[in-house]
Design a protein around this ligand. Structure first.
Ligand SMILES: Cc1cc2nc3c(=O)[nH]c(=O)nc-3n(C[C@H](O)[C@H](O)[C@H](O)COP(=O)(O)O)c2cc1C
Length: 392
Protein backbone atom coordinates (compact mmCIF):
# COMPACT_ATOMS: atom_id res chain seq x y z
CA UNK A 1 0.00 0.00 0.00
CA UNK A 2 1.40 3.38 -0.98
CA UNK A 3 0.91 6.19 1.50
CA UNK A 4 1.66 9.88 1.83
CA UNK A 5 2.41 9.34 5.52
CA UNK A 6 5.95 10.09 6.54
CA UNK A 7 7.94 10.84 9.66
CA UNK A 8 10.57 13.42 10.44
CA UNK A 9 12.56 13.23 13.69
CA UNK A 10 9.97 10.82 15.05
CA UNK A 11 7.10 13.22 14.29
CA UNK A 12 4.38 11.49 12.27
CA UNK A 13 3.10 13.51 9.29
CA UNK A 14 -0.16 12.39 7.64
CA UNK A 15 1.17 13.94 4.42
CA UNK A 16 4.34 15.90 3.63
CA UNK A 17 2.54 19.17 2.80
CA UNK A 18 2.84 21.93 5.42
CA UNK A 19 1.77 25.55 5.26
CA UNK A 20 4.87 27.75 5.56
CA UNK A 21 5.07 30.46 8.21
CA UNK A 22 3.21 33.34 6.53
CA UNK A 23 -0.26 34.93 6.16
CA UNK A 24 -2.01 31.52 5.65
CA UNK A 25 -0.86 30.62 9.19
CA UNK A 26 -1.35 34.05 10.81
CA UNK A 27 -4.52 33.23 12.74
CA UNK A 28 -6.10 30.26 14.44
CA UNK A 29 -9.40 30.17 12.51
CA UNK A 30 -7.57 30.02 9.17
CA UNK A 31 -5.26 27.22 10.32
CA UNK A 32 -8.32 25.33 11.57
CA UNK A 33 -9.85 25.62 8.09
CA UNK A 34 -6.58 24.55 6.41
CA UNK A 35 -6.43 21.43 8.59
CA UNK A 36 -10.03 20.60 7.71
CA UNK A 37 -9.10 20.90 4.04
CA UNK A 38 -6.33 18.34 4.44
CA UNK A 39 -3.01 20.08 5.05
CA UNK A 40 -0.58 17.87 6.99
CA UNK A 41 0.56 20.69 9.25
CA UNK A 42 1.35 24.36 9.65
CA UNK A 43 4.34 26.43 10.62
CA UNK A 44 2.86 29.33 12.57
CA UNK A 45 3.47 32.90 11.44
CA UNK A 46 6.67 33.89 13.26
CA UNK A 47 6.04 34.58 16.97
CA UNK A 48 8.08 37.21 18.82
CA UNK A 49 8.19 38.54 22.39
CA UNK A 50 5.03 40.67 22.89
CA UNK A 51 7.02 43.87 23.37
CA UNK A 52 8.68 43.73 19.92
CA UNK A 53 6.99 46.50 17.91
CA UNK A 54 5.36 45.31 14.68
CA UNK A 55 3.97 48.16 12.52
CA UNK A 56 3.18 47.11 8.96
CA UNK A 57 3.72 49.20 5.81
CA UNK A 58 0.92 49.43 3.27
CA UNK A 59 0.78 48.22 0.58
CA UNK A 60 2.67 45.17 1.74
CA UNK A 61 2.83 43.20 -1.51
CA UNK A 62 3.82 43.57 -5.17
CA UNK A 63 3.81 40.96 -7.91
CA UNK A 64 5.61 40.01 -11.11
CA UNK A 65 2.54 39.16 -13.19
CA UNK A 66 1.70 38.44 -16.80
CA UNK A 67 -1.89 37.92 -17.96
CA UNK A 68 -3.09 37.48 -14.37
CA UNK A 69 -0.53 34.72 -13.80
CA UNK A 70 1.71 35.46 -10.82
CA UNK A 71 5.29 34.36 -11.49
CA UNK A 72 6.89 36.06 -8.52
CA UNK A 73 5.66 37.81 -5.42
CA UNK A 74 7.33 40.40 -3.21
CA UNK A 75 6.43 41.24 0.36
CA UNK A 76 7.64 43.66 3.01
CA UNK A 77 5.48 42.11 5.71
CA UNK A 78 6.71 41.74 9.28
CA UNK A 79 5.85 38.99 11.77
CA UNK A 80 2.86 37.76 13.79
CA UNK A 81 0.51 40.28 15.37
CA UNK A 82 -0.99 37.79 17.82
CA UNK A 83 0.20 37.79 21.41
CA UNK A 84 1.98 34.82 22.98
CA UNK A 85 -1.18 34.17 25.02
CA UNK A 86 -3.28 34.06 21.82
CA UNK A 87 -0.90 31.53 20.28
CA UNK A 88 -0.75 29.31 23.36
CA UNK A 89 -4.55 29.20 23.49
CA UNK A 90 -4.71 28.69 19.72
CA UNK A 91 -2.25 25.78 19.68
CA UNK A 92 -4.23 24.11 22.47
CA UNK A 93 -7.47 24.52 20.48
CA UNK A 94 -5.95 23.29 17.21
CA UNK A 95 -4.28 20.24 18.74
CA UNK A 96 -7.44 19.24 20.58
CA UNK A 97 -9.46 19.43 17.38
CA UNK A 98 -6.80 18.08 14.97
CA UNK A 99 -4.70 15.59 16.90
CA UNK A 100 -2.83 14.25 13.87
CA UNK A 101 -1.84 17.62 12.39
CA UNK A 102 1.67 18.95 12.88
CA UNK A 103 2.16 22.39 14.40
CA UNK A 104 5.59 23.99 14.24
CA UNK A 105 6.06 27.24 16.15
CA UNK A 106 8.25 29.72 14.27
CA UNK A 107 10.23 31.98 16.59
CA UNK A 108 12.23 35.18 16.49
CA UNK A 109 13.65 37.31 19.30
CA UNK A 110 16.29 39.98 19.81
CA UNK A 111 19.84 38.66 20.16
CA UNK A 112 19.68 38.10 23.93
CA UNK A 113 19.98 34.69 25.53
CA UNK A 114 17.21 35.35 28.01
CA UNK A 115 14.73 36.57 25.40
CA UNK A 116 15.25 33.50 23.18
CA UNK A 117 15.22 31.07 26.08
CA UNK A 118 12.10 32.62 27.67
CA UNK A 119 10.24 32.32 24.36
CA UNK A 120 11.25 28.68 23.93
CA UNK A 121 10.51 27.77 27.56
CA UNK A 122 7.04 29.32 27.25
CA UNK A 123 6.23 27.23 24.16
CA UNK A 124 7.87 24.08 25.58
CA UNK A 125 4.69 23.85 27.65
CA UNK A 126 2.46 24.08 24.56
CA UNK A 127 1.47 21.12 22.37
CA UNK A 128 3.41 22.34 19.32
CA UNK A 129 5.49 19.55 17.76
CA UNK A 130 8.69 21.47 16.98
CA UNK A 131 10.29 24.88 16.75
CA UNK A 132 11.47 26.68 13.63
CA UNK A 133 13.95 29.51 14.27
CA UNK A 134 13.46 32.35 11.82
CA UNK A 135 17.03 33.45 11.05
CA UNK A 136 16.05 34.50 7.55
CA UNK A 137 13.42 37.26 7.18
CA UNK A 138 15.13 39.70 4.75
CA UNK A 139 13.22 42.92 5.46
CA UNK A 140 12.43 45.04 8.49
CA UNK A 141 13.93 42.68 11.03
CA UNK A 142 17.60 42.85 9.85
CA UNK A 143 17.45 46.60 10.64
CA UNK A 144 16.85 45.52 14.24
CA UNK A 145 19.78 43.06 14.05
CA UNK A 146 17.54 39.98 13.76
CA UNK A 147 15.99 37.84 10.99
CA UNK A 148 18.44 37.63 8.11
CA UNK A 149 21.01 39.60 10.12
CA UNK A 150 21.37 36.40 12.18
CA UNK A 151 21.19 33.92 9.30
CA UNK A 152 23.95 35.60 7.31
CA UNK A 153 26.38 35.22 10.22
CA UNK A 154 27.45 31.62 10.94
CA UNK A 155 28.75 32.36 14.46
CA UNK A 156 25.66 34.26 15.54
CA UNK A 157 23.43 31.57 14.02
CA UNK A 158 25.33 28.92 15.98
CA UNK A 159 25.21 30.94 19.20
CA UNK A 160 21.43 31.37 19.12
CA UNK A 161 20.92 27.74 18.11
CA UNK A 162 22.93 26.73 21.20
CA UNK A 163 20.83 29.00 23.46
CA UNK A 164 17.67 27.46 22.07
CA UNK A 165 18.72 23.81 22.09
CA UNK A 166 19.99 24.19 25.67
CA UNK A 167 16.40 24.66 26.85
CA UNK A 168 14.19 23.26 24.09
CA UNK A 169 12.19 20.13 24.84
CA UNK A 170 11.15 19.80 21.18
CA UNK A 171 13.02 19.31 17.89
CA UNK A 172 14.53 22.53 16.55
CA UNK A 173 14.57 23.39 12.84
CA UNK A 174 16.56 26.44 11.75
CA UNK A 175 15.08 28.36 8.82
CA UNK A 176 17.89 29.55 6.58
CA UNK A 177 18.12 32.37 4.09
CA UNK A 178 19.15 31.99 0.45
CA UNK A 179 20.66 35.49 0.66
CA UNK A 180 24.13 34.25 1.57
CA UNK A 181 27.20 33.35 -0.42
CA UNK A 182 27.38 29.84 1.01
CA UNK A 183 24.26 28.39 2.62
CA UNK A 184 26.12 25.18 3.49
CA UNK A 185 28.45 27.11 5.81
CA UNK A 186 25.45 28.36 7.83
CA UNK A 187 23.74 24.94 7.77
CA UNK A 188 26.90 23.24 9.07
CA UNK A 189 27.33 25.91 11.77
CA UNK A 190 23.81 25.38 13.16
CA UNK A 191 24.11 21.60 12.83
CA UNK A 192 27.26 21.69 14.94
CA UNK A 193 25.45 23.91 17.44
CA UNK A 194 22.74 21.29 17.93
CA UNK A 195 19.99 22.05 15.37
CA UNK A 196 17.86 18.97 14.68
CA UNK A 197 16.80 20.02 11.19
CA UNK A 198 16.90 22.73 8.54
CA UNK A 199 14.02 24.60 6.90
CA UNK A 200 14.81 26.53 3.72
CA UNK A 201 14.39 28.78 1.80
CA UNK A 202 12.97 32.00 3.16
CA UNK A 203 12.33 34.75 0.61
CA UNK A 204 15.01 36.07 -1.75
CA UNK A 205 15.88 39.72 -1.12
CA UNK A 206 14.52 41.72 -4.03
CA UNK A 207 13.41 44.98 -5.63
CA UNK A 208 10.25 44.45 -7.64
CA UNK A 209 10.57 47.44 -9.97
CA UNK A 210 10.45 51.20 -10.33
CA UNK A 211 7.57 53.45 -11.46
CA UNK A 212 9.17 55.31 -14.36
CA UNK A 213 6.90 58.37 -13.95
CA UNK A 214 7.39 58.93 -10.23
CA UNK A 215 10.75 57.14 -9.88
CA UNK A 216 9.44 55.41 -6.76
CA UNK A 217 10.39 51.73 -6.51
CA UNK A 218 7.49 49.39 -5.75
CA UNK A 219 5.63 48.77 -3.60
CA UNK A 220 5.35 52.53 -3.01
CA UNK A 221 4.59 53.29 0.62
CA UNK A 222 3.79 57.01 0.68
CA UNK A 223 6.33 57.66 -2.06
CA UNK A 224 9.14 55.52 -0.59
CA UNK A 225 10.01 51.87 -0.87
CA UNK A 226 12.43 49.32 0.51
CA UNK A 227 13.96 45.97 -0.44
CA UNK A 228 11.54 43.08 0.03
CA UNK A 229 11.39 39.29 -0.02
CA UNK A 230 10.72 37.48 -3.31
CA UNK A 231 8.72 34.25 -3.30
CA UNK A 232 6.50 32.11 -5.52
CA UNK A 233 7.20 30.08 -8.64
CA UNK A 234 10.15 32.21 -9.79
CA UNK A 235 12.29 31.21 -6.80
CA UNK A 236 11.89 27.42 -7.11
CA UNK A 237 15.28 26.95 -8.83
CA UNK A 238 16.98 28.81 -5.96
CA UNK A 239 15.15 26.73 -3.35
CA UNK A 240 16.00 23.47 -5.09
CA UNK A 241 19.65 24.46 -5.30
CA UNK A 242 19.82 25.36 -1.59
CA UNK A 243 18.12 22.14 -0.47
CA UNK A 244 20.38 20.03 -2.69
CA UNK A 245 23.55 21.76 -1.49
CA UNK A 246 22.60 21.24 2.14
CA UNK A 247 21.63 17.60 1.48
CA UNK A 248 25.01 16.95 -0.14
CA UNK A 249 26.72 18.22 3.02
CA UNK A 250 24.44 17.01 5.80
CA UNK A 251 22.09 14.22 6.87
CA UNK A 252 19.85 16.54 8.90
CA UNK A 253 16.14 16.45 8.02
CA UNK A 254 15.17 19.28 5.65
CA UNK A 255 11.81 21.03 5.30
CA UNK A 256 12.13 22.31 1.74
CA UNK A 257 10.28 25.27 0.26
CA UNK A 258 10.36 28.06 -2.26
CA UNK A 259 8.10 28.31 -5.30
CA UNK A 260 6.16 25.09 -4.85
CA UNK A 261 2.87 25.29 -6.73
CA UNK A 262 2.30 21.72 -7.96
CA UNK A 263 2.84 18.17 -6.71
CA UNK A 264 5.67 17.87 -9.23
CA UNK A 265 7.50 20.80 -7.58
CA UNK A 266 7.12 19.10 -4.21
CA UNK A 267 8.34 15.78 -5.61
CA UNK A 268 11.40 17.51 -7.05
CA UNK A 269 12.23 18.98 -3.63
CA UNK A 270 11.97 15.50 -2.09
CA UNK A 271 14.24 13.95 -4.73
CA UNK A 272 16.84 16.58 -3.83
CA UNK A 273 16.72 15.76 -0.13
CA UNK A 274 13.64 17.36 1.45
CA UNK A 275 11.84 15.24 4.05
CA UNK A 276 8.66 17.33 3.80
CA UNK A 277 7.74 20.57 2.07
CA UNK A 278 6.20 23.91 2.96
CA UNK A 279 4.12 26.21 0.76
CA UNK A 280 3.15 29.86 1.15
CA UNK A 281 2.71 32.01 -1.98
CA UNK A 282 0.71 29.50 -4.03
CA UNK A 283 -1.75 29.26 -1.12
CA UNK A 284 -1.94 33.07 -0.89
CA UNK A 285 -2.86 33.19 -4.58
CA UNK A 286 -5.10 30.14 -4.97
CA UNK A 287 -6.26 29.20 -1.47
CA UNK A 288 -6.03 26.16 0.80
CA UNK A 289 -7.97 24.00 -1.74
CA UNK A 290 -4.80 23.32 -3.76
CA UNK A 291 -4.02 20.61 -1.19
CA UNK A 292 -6.35 18.17 -2.98
CA UNK A 293 -4.40 18.15 -6.23
CA UNK A 294 -1.06 18.20 -4.36
CA UNK A 295 -1.96 15.08 -2.39
CA UNK A 296 -3.60 13.22 -5.26
CA UNK A 297 -0.80 14.04 -7.70
CA UNK A 298 1.99 12.97 -5.35
CA UNK A 299 0.19 9.78 -4.28
CA UNK A 300 -0.51 8.72 -7.88
CA UNK A 301 3.09 9.42 -8.79
CA UNK A 302 4.47 7.40 -5.84
CA UNK A 303 2.18 4.52 -6.84
CA UNK A 304 3.29 4.70 -10.48
CA UNK A 305 6.89 4.40 -9.33
CA UNK A 306 6.02 1.61 -6.87
CA UNK A 307 7.30 3.71 -3.96
CA UNK A 308 5.73 2.97 -0.58
CA UNK A 309 5.98 6.52 0.84
CA UNK A 310 7.72 9.87 0.28
CA UNK A 311 10.74 8.38 2.08
CA UNK A 312 11.38 6.11 -0.94
CA UNK A 313 11.56 9.19 -3.18
CA UNK A 314 13.91 11.12 -0.89
CA UNK A 315 17.39 11.84 -2.28
CA UNK A 316 16.69 10.01 -5.56
CA UNK A 317 18.22 12.84 -7.62
CA UNK A 318 21.27 13.37 -5.43
CA UNK A 319 23.52 10.70 -7.05
CA UNK A 320 22.97 12.38 -10.43
CA UNK A 321 24.43 15.68 -9.17
CA UNK A 322 28.06 16.21 -10.03
CA UNK A 323 30.54 19.00 -10.47
CA UNK A 324 30.70 20.81 -13.82
CA UNK A 325 34.13 19.29 -14.25
CA UNK A 326 32.71 15.78 -14.07
CA UNK A 327 29.97 16.30 -16.66
CA UNK A 328 30.51 14.24 -19.79
CA UNK A 329 31.25 17.13 -22.09
CA UNK A 330 32.38 15.46 -25.29
CA UNK A 331 28.95 14.01 -26.08
CA UNK A 332 26.60 16.65 -27.52
CA UNK A 333 22.84 16.61 -27.96
CA UNK A 334 21.39 18.17 -31.12
CA UNK A 335 17.97 19.54 -32.05
CA UNK A 336 15.51 17.47 -34.02
CA UNK A 337 12.86 19.58 -35.67
CA UNK A 338 9.30 18.37 -36.12
CA UNK A 339 8.48 20.15 -39.38
CA UNK A 340 4.79 19.27 -38.99
CA UNK A 341 4.63 21.47 -35.85
CA UNK A 342 7.03 24.16 -37.13
CA UNK A 343 5.20 27.42 -38.04
CA UNK A 344 8.19 28.63 -40.14
CA UNK A 345 8.58 31.78 -38.05
CA UNK A 346 12.36 31.48 -38.33
CA UNK A 347 12.94 32.49 -34.71
CA UNK A 348 15.27 29.56 -34.01
CA UNK A 349 17.38 30.44 -37.07
CA UNK A 350 17.61 34.12 -36.11
CA UNK A 351 18.43 33.44 -32.45
CA UNK A 352 20.98 30.75 -33.31
CA UNK A 353 22.60 33.17 -35.75
CA UNK A 354 22.66 36.07 -33.29
CA UNK A 355 23.56 34.19 -30.11
CA UNK A 356 25.37 31.05 -31.08
CA UNK A 357 26.73 29.30 -34.12
CA UNK A 358 24.41 29.67 -37.14
CA UNK A 359 23.74 25.98 -37.48
CA UNK A 360 20.07 26.30 -38.56
CA UNK A 361 18.74 27.45 -41.94
CA UNK A 362 15.65 27.19 -44.15
CA UNK A 363 16.23 24.68 -46.94
CA UNK A 364 13.24 24.31 -49.27
CA UNK A 365 10.91 25.72 -46.61
CA UNK A 366 12.10 23.27 -43.93
CA UNK A 367 14.51 23.93 -41.10
CA UNK A 368 17.73 22.02 -41.54
CA UNK A 369 20.49 21.54 -39.00
CA UNK A 370 24.18 21.61 -39.83
CA UNK A 371 25.52 19.45 -36.98
CA UNK A 372 29.08 20.53 -37.68
CA UNK A 373 28.33 24.01 -36.27
CA UNK A 374 25.81 23.02 -33.58
CA UNK A 375 26.98 23.65 -30.01
CA UNK A 376 24.16 21.48 -28.61
CA UNK A 377 23.12 24.33 -26.31
CA UNK A 378 19.29 23.91 -26.53
CA UNK A 379 18.62 27.65 -27.08
CA UNK A 380 16.61 26.92 -30.26
CA UNK A 381 14.30 24.52 -28.39
CA UNK A 382 13.79 27.11 -25.63
CA UNK A 383 12.76 29.95 -27.99
CA UNK A 384 10.58 27.84 -30.35
CA UNK A 385 6.98 29.09 -29.89
CA UNK A 386 5.55 25.78 -31.19
CA UNK A 387 7.56 23.30 -29.08
CA UNK A 388 8.65 21.82 -32.39
CA UNK A 389 12.29 21.36 -31.42
CA UNK A 390 13.52 18.58 -29.15
CA UNK A 391 17.09 17.96 -28.09
CA UNK A 392 18.26 14.38 -28.60
C1 LIG B 1 3.68 37.60 2.75
C2 LIG B 1 4.70 36.66 3.30
C3 LIG B 1 4.95 36.64 4.67
C4 LIG B 1 5.91 35.77 5.20
N1 LIG B 1 6.13 35.74 6.55
C5 LIG B 1 7.03 34.85 7.07
C6 LIG B 1 7.20 34.74 8.47
O1 LIG B 1 6.54 35.40 9.27
N2 LIG B 1 8.14 33.88 8.91
C7 LIG B 1 8.89 33.08 8.08
O2 LIG B 1 9.71 32.29 8.54
N3 LIG B 1 8.72 33.17 6.73
C8 LIG B 1 7.81 34.02 6.23
N4 LIG B 1 7.61 34.07 4.87
C9 LIG B 1 8.41 33.20 3.97
C10 LIG B 1 7.68 31.89 3.65
O3 LIG B 1 7.46 31.13 4.80
C11 LIG B 1 8.50 31.05 2.63
O4 LIG B 1 9.73 30.75 3.21
C12 LIG B 1 8.75 31.77 1.31
O5 LIG B 1 7.66 32.56 0.94
C13 LIG B 1 9.07 30.79 0.18
O6 LIG B 1 8.00 29.90 -0.07
P1 LIG B 1 6.89 30.16 -1.24
O7 LIG B 1 7.62 30.41 -2.51
O8 LIG B 1 6.05 28.91 -1.23
O9 LIG B 1 6.11 31.37 -0.83
C14 LIG B 1 6.64 34.93 4.33
C15 LIG B 1 6.38 34.95 2.95
C16 LIG B 1 5.42 35.80 2.43
C17 LIG B 1 5.16 35.80 0.94
Amino acid sequence: MTTLKTSVLGIQFENPFLLASAPPTANIESIDLAFEKGWGGAVLKTITPDNLEMIEASPTYAAFKDHQKVYGFENIELLSHLTIKDWLKGIQFLKKKHLTKIIIASMMAPVQKQQWQNLIKTFNKSRCDAFELNFSCPHGMPEKGIGMAIGTDPELSAQITRWVTEVSKKPVFVKLSPNVTNIVEIAKAVEKAGANGIATINTVQSMMGVNLDTFVPCPSVNGKSTFGGYSGRAIKPIGLRCVAQIRQASKLPILGMGGISTWQDAAEYITLGADAVQICTEVMINGYGIIDSLKKGLLDYLKSKKFKSPKDLKNKAIPQLSSHEQLLKKKKVHPTIDNTLCCKCGKCIKICHESKNSCLAFVKDRIKLDKKYCAGCALCSIVCPQNAIKMQ
